[in-house]
Design a protein around this ligand. Sequence first.
Ligand code: FES
Ligand code: FES
Length: 153
Amino acid sequence: DDLRDLYQEVILDHGRKPRNFRRLEDADRTARGDNPMCGDRMELFVKLTPDGAIEDAAFQGRGCAISMASASLMTETVRGKSPAAARELGEHFRNLAMTGTCPDCGGALEEEMERLQPLSGVHEFPSRVKCATLAWHTLNAALEGSGKEATSE
Ligand code: FES
Ligand code: FES
């Protein structure tokens, strides 16, 4: 249907032309993430406002269309959010990616990922989840400031 086509268009567009694909030289937080299934990696940069909200987020790295689209959408979505709100969004997205169930859209994401699979190159379902959640895991690592490397699960 129209909404679904639009949704797919948005994802395809972000996959082809990722937003915020750059370094942030004045980042307050950074983290690296890797997807062990394929060896793709990304680096995430976060700038915080004085009261600790996310002022800017950007990323660099290498990955399939799903991981690039997910990182691009993530950096757009978390701007202006508190770390707690960003973490909650990440949880929602992860549940959605793993179970295909979203209370808001009825689980459209899983179907979108099926349709996007040819773009992602290789993957069967579980590793596509890793592609989709890599950026969110890396964001959590950056916000925790743990200095640890995030691994997509
Ligand atoms: Fe975002 Fe369902 S995937 S509302
Ligand atoms: Fe490597 Fe998706 S992130 S194939």
